[in-house]
Write a protein that binds this ligand. Sequence first.
Ligand SMILES: [Zn+2]
Length: 128
Amino acid sequence: MTKKEKNFCKKPFSVWDIVIYIVFTVFVIISVIFVFIGEKGNTVEIYLDGKHLYSFELSTDRVIELEHNTVVIENGEVYISYADCPNKICLNSPPVSKAGRSISCLPNKLIVYISGDSDYDAVIGGGL
Ligand SMILES: [Zn+2]
């Protein structure tokens, strides 16, 4: 056993134990924050006929007029305010505000999906 190793073994509680403990604690706190943010969601993704059309921040009020539907982002929620589809199921859908939730208008092949902020890089891809 070298001199260095002996010194290491003598200490019952090294500085590195404390550092690892702090890093672990910070990691847990960050994870909890990320889960919390993820549940809130903040990007509205609009897909038409399987193609990604738009991304909008959920926090900014906006009206998106499409050929067969009107999508409204208001007070951190998104809903469909107009649709020319026959069944109007999308119009009767309650507003959504959390990541992973969606509203769809199947006759018009419209999907409005709320994603978390992790893939915000993909903003304003696609186009008409
Ligand atoms: Zn519809």
